[in-house]
Design a protein around this ligand. Structure first.
Ligand code: DGL
Length: 274
């Protein structure tokens, strides 16, 4: 048990988006090691069926189990919406998603009970955000909008670009007039478009990045299970491992824009074999 404390945390997403959650984990619990998997061969998840996303997530969980992780974070709203309840039943490792933490945070922040959510077609279509929000605050009204082009724009590194501005304008126009005071960035890729989204939606709307609350819940879970790593790692930052299913070099370039310390290597895994 004592040794398990020093095992890494498994984190996964369809691509680079989950790194926005890793960044927060590194900030809040800096002693922890991370094994990250980005499913770059099969991104985007948001336009795929529940069956397909669940199969992908199951393969990644089996891969992470083999890496000896002590906990898993599904750092993808799409996989959290479609597959978290199934994954929870299939693994003995403590596992958390990002949707519940995001919903909790939005309910704490809203003053007028009008909450917007942007995410993939899958996340918005699954209605998981309204479901969680309703249990926490039955009076809240939730307005969802799918923004399927945001994920590829982020994967291409086009975080601030006139093309991204124009697409954001088209997606967000109906939310601008809806009177929301809070907007959940319900896809882990979207915090990278934060500036663009804020500019278009207006300063009066508070943007929620579920990563903060997710990292907080992870810390709470590790503390409760007596799994928190108490070994300080000093200046050695090169303790994390990054895996992808394709395009290791491209991933590394974008990933280093998100995590501002040098990711030295990214390895390709044949994930369909898991
Ligand atoms: N970053 C993911 C999410 O949070 C998936 C985006 C995608 O692959 O479509 O939903």
């Amino acid at each position: 048990m004592e040794k398990k404390k020093y095992a890494p945390i498994g984190v996964f997403d369809s691509g680079v988006g989950g790194l926005t959650v890793v960044k927060e984990i590194m900030h809040q619990i800096p002693n922890e090691k991370v094994v990250y998997f980005g499913d770059t061969a099969r991104v985007p998840y948001g336009s795929k069926s529940k069956e397909t996303v669940t199969k992908y997530a199951e393969q990644i969980v089996r891969f992470l189990e083999q890496q000896g992780v002590k906990a898993i974070v599904v750092a993808c709203n799409t996989a959290s919406s479609y597959a978290l309840d199934i994954l929870e039943k299939e693994t003995d490792i403590p596992i958390i998603g990002v949707v519940k933490p995001g919903a909790k945070c939005a309910v704490e922040v809203t003053r007028n009970q009008k909450i917007g959510v942007i995410g993939t077609d899958a996340t918005i279509g699954s209605k998981m955000y309204p479901k969680y929000i309703e249990t926490l605050s039955p009076k809240a009204e939730v307005i969802g909008k799918a923004c399927p082009l945001f994920c590829p724009l982020v994967e291409e590194g086009m975080w601030e670009d006139p093309v991204t501005d124009e697409i954001a304008r088209r997606y967000l126009v109906e939310l601008i007039d809806s009177g929301i005071d809070t907007l959940i960035l319900g896809c882990t890729h979207y915090p990278l478009l934060r500036k663009t989204v804020q500019k278009i939606i207006g300063e009066q709307v508070t943007l929620i990045n579920p990563a903060y609350e997710t990292a907080r819940e992870l810390k709470e879970l590790l503390t409760k299970e007596n799994l928190l790593n108490d070994q300080e790692r000093g200046l050695n930052t090169n303790i994390h491992q990054f895996y992808v299913s394709d395009g290791a070099e491209k991933f590394k370039t974008i990933a280093n824009m998100i995590l501002k310390y040098g990711i030295l290597s990214t390895k390709v895994v044949q994930i369909e074999n898991y």
